[in-house]
Design a protein around this ligand. Sequence first.
Ligand code: TXA
Ligand code: MG
Length: 315
Amino acid sequence: MPSTAEILLPDCSGYARAAAILRDGGCVAFPTETVYGLGADARQGRAVAGIFEAKQRPRFNPLIAHVDSIGTAQRFVAWPHEAEVLARAFWPGPLTLVLPLRASAGISPLVTAGRDTLAVRVPAHPVAQSLLHAFGGPVAAPSANPAGRISPTTAGHVLAGLGDRIDAVIDGGRCPVGIESTIVGLWDTPVLLRPGGLPAEVIEAALGQPLPRQDEGGSLTAPGQMASHYAPGATLRLNAEAAGPRERMLGFGDVQCDLNLSRAGDLSEAAANLFGHLHRLDAQGATAIAVSPIPDTGLGRAINDRLRRAAAPRP
Ligand code: TXA
Ligand code: MG
């Protein structure tokens, strides 16, 4: 399919054009420090519906509202003490907080999928910050990939997946963190809804209390928890020491492989490379991928979470 999206530069005229598209109810993809997001005005129902349409995302799966500052976030959600602690420590950055929605917030119910909580985040990426300033309102943005596929970490990934379904993409190069934000639920006792770009250990240290993982068997609080998600075209075999006959090897550490997440065994480097390497193996037509074991601490927890989902049987 030919790409019809405008490709915008991260400069004044690019931000002005992107903000105008958002005001007109369109969808613009933009880089954040984690992955590219597909943004729309969170107050316009038709605009938000356009995101679900473009991604073919199930309507019950709510979106994150991106805002420029703590002060703006407080206009949309209730603000308990833990929100103050975590936002002061980690915003702007790869952390999303799920908080009670203010009824008067004016956020489209499509964003929250009709819930009484809203996920909010202040992204650190300078391009995301500039876009939020130019637009001057809350931007609802899921990762800019077709539902159930690998998240995009370059503008090229966005165009390959959604180029004929969105209005524009701001090309801000490669996303430095490379894995989606960590999501913490704060409507009651703090819970970890999705491991991500900010290690849970760091959040626990700031809170001074453990952050239990919300059990996945119970109510589906974060549908990002659905088993098969982030799926590449190929099947994945995890914790592999070496590739089998028809497999490509995605390595970690000093191992023989086709692509290495981090030869030095650095988890930040591995997170930054994860989706890009999976996209590359996919584009090369890999049908089976063997993946080295990844330590399950710090960012490794988020990497293993995404790998497990990518390896899960497809619905
Ligand atoms: O890093 C990120 O978080 C990226 C960038 C673009 O900011 N965004 C992202 O969005 O990963 P998405 O839609 O792919 O994942 C958001 C997750 C989903 O699993 C969704 O179910 C969950 O957040 N979520 C959103 N609102 C929620 C809510 N009110 N309660 C519980 N989970 C929520
Ligand atoms: Mg996503």
